[in-house]
Design a protein around this ligand. Structure first.
Ligand SMILES: Nc1nc2c(ncn2[C@@H]2O[C@H](COP(=O)(O)OP(=O)(O)OP(=O)(O)O)[C@@H](O)[C@H]2O)c(=O)[nH]1
Ligand SMILES: [Mg+2]
Length: 315
């Protein structure tokens, strides 16, 4: 097979800046959960995108994106797991893509970020053990909501933050300027044989993606705190006459949380099921029959062993 530009691009940044929205958008499908609440992503997730590079040799690039949990201080095994996942992805990357929320007045300026955030992001740009820092690309996201005059000083501040840095304004939501961003990423990748088969999009199973899609609904439909106490596990998965039949459990931490997820006379879980089934059918391209249950696993997010049972295993 001909050489391509191929390598790993870790998508990193603070929570809620649009990392997962970007991955779904470039792949043109829903692979990972997106929500308006911070710390939606818990795992590192691979999404492979092949693009054309007109007039260049090699003429194609295979960008292996790795979406990561937003970095932020936090205690407990689940937070630690999330932080480690982000660091591991950045360590293994050829390029680090730092997403910055251009609508966030504080977080969008390198010199105004909090010290803890700067430190966390610094670890990702230059992981421990790496001989030198990875090439860093900064994508200023959500420019659909920022006027040009407001944006220009932000672009300038990031351009001056590090010599040779690429700064690309984008909108992951509308798709604006994503072609340009992908070309900039591709230029930083080494030429060589492709890393993945041409038709491969992710290393995650359809079951994992289903869990993400169901979990996303919890973030959309449950209150402010409850989604963080939930995990989703697909327990059964069969195909019957062209329909995928899925049985999944929503795992909560406490007995008192169960009735909230179920809702009055089962109304909440019914709504969750309807929305998740629609999204699942769209993602899988097939009709889906979904049964949802709620189960209590006391304090699962505080116990290393329970975390592993729910699939949060160190990779
Ligand atoms: N207006 C606008 N909103 C966006 C854009 N990109 C993402 N968002 C919104 O920002 C919120 C967070 O998006 P996510 O993709 O979940 O952010 P994330 O960085 O993956 O967040 P974590 O996984 O929690 O770290 C969602 O409400 C998105 O719809 C954009 O380009 N423009
Ligand atoms: Mg995310």
């Amino acid at each position: 097979m001909d050489d391509v530009r191929a390598g790993f691009c870790a998508i990193v940044g603070l929570p809620n800046v649009g990392k997962s929205t970007l991955l779904n958008r470039v792949l043109g499908r829903k692979l990972v959960a997106v929500s308006a609440k911070p710390q939606t992503t818990r795992d590192r997730i691979l999404g492979v995108h092949t693009i054309e590079l007109p007039g260049e040799t090699p003429s194609h690039a295979q960008i292996a994106y790795v979406d990561t949990p937003g970095v932020q201080d936090g205690r407990g095994p689940l937070r630690r797991y999330m932080r480690d996942a982000a660091i591991a992805a950045a360590t293994d990357a050829d390029v680090v893509l730092l997403i910055v929320d251009a609508t966030d007045r504080k977080g969008r300026m390198p010199q105004r970020m909090s010290e803890a955030d700067v430190e966390a992001l610094g670890v990702l740009a230059r992981p421990e053990g790496a001989s030198k820092a990875h090439p860093l690309i900064v994508a200023l996201n959500k420019v659909d909501r920022v006027g040009k005059p407001e944006l220009l000083p932000v672009i300038e501040a990031w351009t001056l933050a590090q010599p040779g840095i690429d700064v690309v304004p984008i909108s992951a939501a509308t798709g604006d300027n994503l072609d340009a961003l992908e070309r900039v990423i591709a230029q930083r990748l080494p030429a060589g044989p492709p890393l993945f088969p041409a038709d491969m999009v992710t290393d995650r199973s359809p079951q994992f993606i289903a869990q993400e899609i169901i979990r996303e609904q919890l973030y959309h439909q449950l209150g402010k705190e409850l989604p963080y106490a939930c995990a989703v596990q697909v327990e059964t998965w069969t195909e019957r006459k062209g329909e995928i039949v899925v049985g999944a459990v929503i795992v909560v931490e406490r007995e008192s949380q169960k009735p909230i997820v179920v809702g009055r006379a089962g109304s909440r879980i019914k709504e969750l099921g309807i929305a998740a089934r629609t999204a699942l059918a769209e993602a899988l391209g097939k009709p889906v029959h979904l049964s949802l249950f709620v189960k209590v696993l006391e304090e699962w997010s505080r116990e290393e062993r329970e975390l592993q049972k729910l699939g949060y295993k160190p990779q």
